[in-house]
Write a protein that binds this ligand. Structure first.
Ligand code: KG4
Ligand code: ZN
Length: 333
């Protein structure tokens, strides 16, 4: 069946067409209208501007996605849409658009959780992947371990107690004057620095929990930068990026090891925007090699927010009977 999917939870307006059936996971088109350039002017996402930009983009990208896929609306078997979590004004744009399209054309409407969508990006990259498995979602808003019991049944087993990993990368990137959002720039810069140059605190709070805490690390790095600036000293940017990344990677490695041991899984699925980070991928790969576990991560083009992942998850939600009526609403958290 063909799925038409929408995503507008933050600063990307996205539409995708997928062909999904038993043993078939084909991404026919995947269009993303990014607002990064607009929000870069403000150093962060401005919610009202995001909502307005979604409204401007959503019709155009829908035509584009259908045309690129070579599929007409009459061939669509289900419409999937992110209805949370995210910025409420932003979410409502795709929810309303998808709702109108679905009910005007008599097509089933499937609400999709954004976080489950990130995990489902892996189904498109690894067409053999099936639950159950352990998943680590690292994004701008979340850092959590999930026990993915089935395609639709997720149990959160640990999370960050404060900031998300992406938030930490972005804040440090901003203070160092790196291009917005800072995560990707921090990734590149970290490869040029000495990871042992500066001993920053670890986000792995204690040995006996899978939870993280990124706020201490974020504050320590920002204080280090401010002190250097106040003294008029040159910032060792690459060393800061490398040392901070090292601290995050070591924390993630130790928690992944513990999570594999505690859950008994031999498969771990990484997901979310921060899953594009080359150092984090290499770190988890190393743990999996030693633990004889299989490591999955999405293609780089499916790590950030997109509608392909919403379509993939939407297909399994649809099979599970989760459809919505005209009362479908969005939820921010
Ligand atoms: O999943 P996502 O696109 O949006 C949310 O649902 O939050 O994640 C965005 C986050 C941003 O914080 C961004 O800086 C980060 O993902 N990110 C990265 C990299 N690419 C994107 N963080 C670290 N390394 C990267 N290569
Ligand atoms: Zn996301």
């Amino acid at each position: 069946m063909y799925i038409l999917a929408f995503e507008s939870s933050c600063d990307e307006t996205a539409c995708a067409v997928l062909e999904m059936d038993e043993g078939k996971r084909i991404l026919k088109s995947n269009i993303i209208a990014s607002q990064v350039d607009i929000h870069a002017l403000y150093g962060g996402v401005v919610p009202e501007i995001a909502s307005r930009a979604h409204i401007e983009a959503i019709s155009k990208i829908t035509y584009e996605a259908l045309e690129k896929a070579g599929v007409t609306l009459s061939q669509i078997g289900a419409i999937a849409v992110t209805n949370g979590p995210g910025l409420i004004g932003a979410l409502l744009v795709a929810v309303n658009f998808a709702k109108s399209l679905a009910f005007a054309n008599n097509i089933p409407l499937v609400p999709v959780d954004h976080i489950k969508g990130h995990v489902a990006a892996n189904y498109l990259t690894h067409t053999e992947l099936e639950p159950p498995f352990l998943s680590l979602v690292v994004s701008g808003g979340h850092t959590s371990f999930f026990n993915v019991k089935s395609y639709t049944e997720f149990e959160e087993i640990a999370s960050t107690r404060d900031d998300a990993a992406g938030e930490c990368f972005d804040k440090i990137g901003r203070v160092m004057g790196l291009p917005y959002p800072g995560g990707a720039a921090m990734d590149k810069l970290a490869t040029q620095g000495d990871k042992n140059a500066i001993p920053f605190p670890s986000p792995a709070i204690s040995k006996d929990t899978l939870d993280f805490s990124f706020s201490g690390l974020k504050t320590a790095v920002v204080n280090y930068i401010n002190t250097k600036n106040q003294k008029g000293e040159q910032l060792p940017r690459a060393d800061i990026a490398a040392s901070c990344t090292h601290s995050i990677v070591e924390a993630i490695k130790s928690k992944v090891k513990l999570a594999l041991e505690e859950t008994g899984y031999d498969k771990i699925v990484l997901a979310g925007g921060v899953s594009a980070n080359s150092h984090i991928r290499a770190g988890i790969e190393g743990v999996c090699r030693r633990k004889k576990a299989t490591f999955y991560a999405p293609d780089l083009c499916l790590c950030g927010d997109n509608a392909a992942m919403i379509g993939a998850q939407g297909y399994y939600e649809y099979l599970n009977g989760k459809t919505a009526d005209e009362s479908l609403n969005a939820y921010p958290s």
